[in-house]
Write a protein that binds this ligand. Structure first.
Ligand SMILES: C[S@@+](CC[C@H](N)C(=O)[O-])C[C@H]1O[C@@H](n2cnc3c(N)ncnc32)[C@H](O)[C@@H]1O
Length: 276
């Protein structure tokens, strides 16, 4: 089993993917988490669904907002588009540059709240698992709409943390952990809001789908469960004894092949109407 790199910056700072927290980030840990997620079939399904909806073409400008390690920027470039990743974290930008050397891609510093593009200059835009980290997702989607050309395509992907299931665990303890996680998140119910955000910005919805991520058995000891466990313990919403019991119960279940954790993610695509 691969262990997550030790990362106090990640586990003590719930909002470590937030743009405001770039100074506290542990890039090795973040890249590890992003790689784990990128390997999950549900995430692969949604990435591929979004690319299919967006259909970037040669000569088009295609932007990934919150581009992380750069995988989706490379996919845009492979389709022949002028591919640009917007990423506020210098460490993740450097990691993306390192990983995607040789690909015809560009990474720019920027935030979803204020995109570094002129009005109506972008043909294709995607944004995956970023809106959950922003304080004003409606303003962000409006900003994305500003930079899209009329006829331009957009796809948003995000998690809805109310769909998280962890089993087996003491229901009261688990509830406190999930409640804390949701309370600390900027936009924990992002998944269910994607459609309304796009429609509210005047865009025409072209598709929507969802996929449920199921953690493998080793997920009982790391990844999302580890994050939930440690943030709850450090915030004092569970006691040391409850944390130990939670970890022990899940590890024992995983040894029997009986651990379950799942989380549903949603994706919605839209087009910016051409002026009548
Ligand atoms: C969970 S990661 C997802 C990365 C990538 N989209 C993927 O699918 O692997 C969230 C990303 O959003 C970036 N991010 C956080 N706040 C942002 C903001 N306000 N504007 C743009 N990107 C942001 C983070 O630095 C990180 O790269």
């Amino acid at each position: 089993m691969t262990e997550a790199p030790d990362a106090p910056g990640f586990v003590t700072q719930r909002g470590s993917f937030r743009a405001a927290h770039v100074a506290d980030q542990n890039i090795e840990r973040q890249a590890f988490i992003l790689d784990q997620m990128a390997g999950r079939p549900a995430v692969r399904t949604l990435k591929s669904w979004a690319l299919d909806q967006l259909k970037p073409k040669a000569g088009e400008t295609a932007v990934d907002v919150g581009s992380g390690t750069g995988e989706d920027v490379v996919a845009f470039a492979a389709a022949g588009a002028h591919a640009i990743g917007v990423e506020p974290s210098p460490g993740l930008r450097a990691e993306a540059v390192r990983r995607t050397a040789g690909a015809d891609v560009e990474y720019v510093e920027g935030q979803a709240e204020s995109l570094p593009f002129n009005d109506e200059s972008v043909d294709v835009l995607r944004c995956e698992r970023v809106l959950q980290h922003v304080d004003d997702p409606a303003a962000v989607v409006k900003e994305m709409t500003r930079v899209l050309r009329p006829g331009g395509r957009i796809a948003l992907i995000d998690t809805d943390w109310a769909t998280a299931i962890v089993h087996p665990a003491d229901p009261g303890v688990l509830q406190r952990m999930v409640d804390h996680f949701i309370h600390e998140s900027a936009n924990p119910y992002s998944g269910r809001r994607l459609r309304g955000l796009l429609a509210g910005a005047g865009l025409m919805i072209t598709g929507e789908t969802a996929a449920t991520m199921i953690e493998p058995q080793e997920g009982a000891r790391q990844g999302l469960v580890g994050m939930l466990h440690l943030t709850s313990l450090q915030a004092g919403v569970i006691t040391e004894a409850e944390a130990e019991e939670f970890a022990r119960t899940l590890a024992e279940a995983a040894d029997r092949g009986a651990f379950h954790m799942s989380l549903t993610m949603y994706a919605v695509s839209a087009v910016k109407p051409r002026a009548a």
